[in-house]
Write a protein that binds this ligand. Structure first.
Ligand code: NAD
Ligand code: UDP
Length: 348
């Protein structure tokens, strides 16, 4: 809970940040962040507010949480609305970041039709808004565009290997269709687009029940539960810490209009899932043991971004190694689980 004094101080800081922007010759912008109460969206909203912009966060709160943006409420340049992007939205904005879509396999597979609608209708509605307002629009696309890749590491020029009718298709094909729509609106109507292909990202503000591998392993390790490796754990992923990724978003949005992407954003350091489990056990000092569960259908064998384009066009390079990103994420989950346990004990 914020005190009146804290809110006044924050308002003054926001006003100073806006003035700083003006002095630097850049006007504060009105920015819509869809999916702004989710893991990535909440970090982005905070960063944009700290830069002096006005932020409208639109979320249907399916996987997003009020607690992710609770500390931003009360800031005069921040507004949250409950809105589903499958429905058109009228808003006076200069920029749009479209992040709305569940990203974790168990969550996006729970309601595949809604996932597909979110990607496709959401993209269409927000592109129409961008076109009407002459706003610049960012799309949170994904490494899932590459499916189970035959080319390794994956450059943006690779067209991918995606099953159109499997359990991951609602997400993979929905995001592929959204990318197509972004480029068609750009070519046909001149809408300024920025398309980022995001690789596995982790950090604070993930849900304990998110279901993705980093949050699962940390929550299991902190709770002393079995660590669930799907398959033999030899499949690989490349894990990017959230702060690095958000820096990439901002650089992409600030790039010249001629640079549309798609551009890979991710950390090229590649680990097996077993190596990740071992690092989490070692960093938490957990007594948890590793157990093996069946590998989900169509689980990609390997994934690692080729980030040459991001380096060249955006001067972007992730800086935070897995061990220090994991430490920060472990601290976040440790506090979260402790406070949730305390609340449960108080209400029991
Ligand atoms: P998340 O599930 O934490 O956040 C998604 C947010 O979108 C949530 O707040 C959710 O409530 C909201 N949302 C879902 N459907 C909506 C709808 N129809 N209308 C309005 N809001 C809706 O996931 P995240 O990890 O923060 O991912 C954000 C975006 O980045 C997603 O589009 C995801 O596909 C993309 N992405 C993320 C990663 C990653 O590793 N985190 C990787 C690739 C792509
Ligand atoms: N995974 C795992 N145990 C878990 C959750 C996931 O072994 O508890 C594996 C999963 O099968 C996949 C990898 O970790 O091979 C990454 O899974 P995640 O759901 O985080 O992301 P995605 O598969 O979409 O890259």
């Amino acid at each position: 809970m914020k005190t009146g004094q804290q809110t006044n101080q924050q308002s003054a800081e926001d006003a100073i940040n806006s003035l700083r922007l003006l002095r630097a010759g850049a006007a504060p912008r009105r920015i819509l962040v869809t999916g702004g109460a989710g893991f990535l969206g909440s970090h982005l909203c905070e960063k944009l507010l700290n830069q002096g912009h006005q932020v409208l966060c639109a979320d249907n709160f399916t996987t997003g949480r009020h607690r992710n943006v609770a500390h931003l409420r009360g800031r005069p340049h921040f507004k949250v609305i409950r809105h589903d992007v499958t429905v058109p939205l009228a808003a006076d904005v200069d920029e749009i970041y479209n992040l709305a879509c569940p990203a974790s396999p168990p969550h996006y597979q729970a309601d595949p039709v809604q996932t597909m609608k979110t990607s496709v209708l959401g993209a269409l509605n927000l592109l129409e808004l961008a076109k009407a307002r002459k706003a610049k629009i960012f799309q949170a696309s994904t490494s899932e565009i590459y499916g189970d890749p035959h080319v390794h590491p994956q450059p943006e020029s690779y067209w991918g290997n995606v099953n159109p009718v499997g359990p991951r298709s609602c997400y993979d094909e929905g995001k592929r269709c959204a990318e197509t729509m972004f480029f068609d609106f750009h070519q046909q109507f001149g809408v300024e687009i920025k398309v980022a292909r995001i690789f596995n990202t982790y950090g604070p503000n993930m849900r304990p029940d998110d279901g993705r591998v980093v949050s699962n392993f940390i929550v299991q390790a902190l709770s002393g539960d079995d660590i669930t490796i799907y398959g033999d754990g030899s499949q690989t992923r490349s894990f990017c810490f959230v702060d690095d990724l958000i820096d990439g978003f901002l650089r992409l949005m600030a790039s010249p209009p001629s640079f549309t992407g798609p551009v890979n954003l991710g950390n090229p350091a590649e680990f097996t899932v077993r190596e990740l489990a071992e690092q989490v056990i070692s960093l938490t000092g957990s007594p948890s043991r590793i157990v093996h569960l069946p590998l989900p259908i169509d689980d990609p064998r390997q994934r690692r971004p080729d980030i040459s384009i991001a380096k060249r066009e955006l001067g972007w390079l992730p800086k935070i190694p897995l061990s220090s990103g994991l430490e920060q994420t472990i601290t976040y989950f440790d506090r979260l689980l402790t406070s949730e346990a305390r609340k449960l004990a108080e209400t029991a």
